[in-house]
Design a binder for this molecule. Structure first.
Ligand SMILES: [Zn+2]
Length: 355
């Protein structure tokens, strides 16, 4: 063995266009890669750059093709990798492999994400609208019933407001409900002690509204302001915000299931338990739309259209933006909302009568 001879590995050499196989070894000598038979005869040789080496794919044997068309085949992947990197071919081989094998996987992953993105962006909103449109009234009624039952069992308590106070709020509520698009029979107002949810008012999708004693307590006797808040909640019902939220969450869960094959417990809980309705907070756009609805409805009922703006003033002053269990957590985005309400009212006033 010459001093500059480097063994590479053992394998089988095949003559060109022949299935005959000659047990042999691959070596590097004098700058050439050579296939040497066990009897010492040289079967083929070439400089490294003239070799065509098949990429590494699992444990499939590597094929090294010489310029004369003969083949050396070996299962010693590691030796071939070492030969390639010793000749500066490791990097090329890596890129070669990447080009040949990863694009399919990358393209598949990209396609899944693109498809999900398209479904989320274009199909989901349409599906949500369709689902809202075809939902029979019994569905929101059942959802609402089970939600109120759950809340009564867990957080809400019996109201401690006196009859006079309740009557004043109920009368105001009847006035705006009478002016609502769905009419007075579509809405019922319930008084409860808020417990863990504190000062709050919310609407269930079937038009069941709940106002807590704590919120009434915050109002300092400003009943008109409370009616403004209830008008905002009627807005959420008429614009079907909570149904949309539920369907969007269900659609998202479906997408997550498609991609990950599983949904987290919390998403599942959200979908199967009515109580999850409360965990859904509305988007900023939905809140702004409900605010404008309050302005319009209060104006129709002959109240101060901007009464709900006083409510935002109070929660800014009395509660701050930090409490996690107050109305802010289900009604996010107060900064700027008060101004938007006043602007909208001014805009309505500025319009010619009849518009
Ligand atoms: Zn709201």
């Amino acid at each position: 063995m010459a001093s500059d001879e480097k063994p590479v590995c053992r394998g089988d050499w095949h003559p060109r266009d022949s299935s005959r196989s000659v047990p042999s070894r691959l070596i590097v000598r004098d700058g050439q890669v050579r296939a040497i038979a066990d009897d010492g005869a040289e079967l083929a040789s070439a400089v490294f750059s003239k070799l065509d080496i098949s990429p590494r794919v699992g444990s499939i044997p590597r094929r090294i093709e010489f310029a004369d068309g003969t083949l050396f085949e070996t299962t010693d992947n590691t030796a071939i990798d070492a030969l390639q990197s010793a000749n500066g071919g490791g990097r090329a081989g890596f890129i070669h492999g990447l080009e040949r094998f990863h694009p399919r996987l990358l393209a598949f992953v990209a396609a899944v994400f693109l498809l999900s993105g398209l479904v989320y962006r274009y199909a989901l909103p349409v599906l949500v609208e369709v689902a809202v449109a075809v939902t029979p009234p019994v569905v929101p009624r059942l959802m609402s019933l089970s939600t109120l039952e759950t809340l009564d069992r867990t957080v809400l308590g019996e109201t401690k407001l006196d009859d006079a106070k309740r009557k004043a709020i109920s009368d105001g509520f009847a006035r705006i409900a009478a002016n609502s698009a769905r009419g007075p029979s579509a809405y019922t107002l319930n008084f409860r002690e808020g417990g863990a949810i504190g000062p709050n008012a919310f609407a269930l999708p079937d038009g069941t509204l709940i106002i807590t004693d704590e919120l009434v307590g915050l109002s300092d006797g400003d009943t008109e302001m409370l009616v403004g808040v209830l008008a905002h909640e009627i807005g959420h019902v008429e614009l079907e915000h909570s149904l949309r939220q539920i369907y969007r969450a269900a659609g998202m869960a479906g997408l997550i299931m498609l991609i990950a094959g599983d949904v987290g417990d919390s998403v599942e809980d959200l979908l199967v338990q009515g109580g999850g309705l409360l965990a859904l907070s509305y988007s900023r756009d939905a809140e702004a739309a409900a605010d404008r609805h309050s302005v319009e409805l209060m104006q129709k009922a002959g109240y101060d259209p901007t009464a709900i703006a006083r409510f935002f003033e109070i929660i800014e002053n009395k509660l701050g933006d930090t409490s996690a269990t107050n109305i802010l957590s289900t009604h996010p985005g107060t900064p700027g909302r008060r101004k938007a309400i006043l602007d909208y009212e001014a805009e309505l006033r500025g319009k010619p009568a009849g518009n």
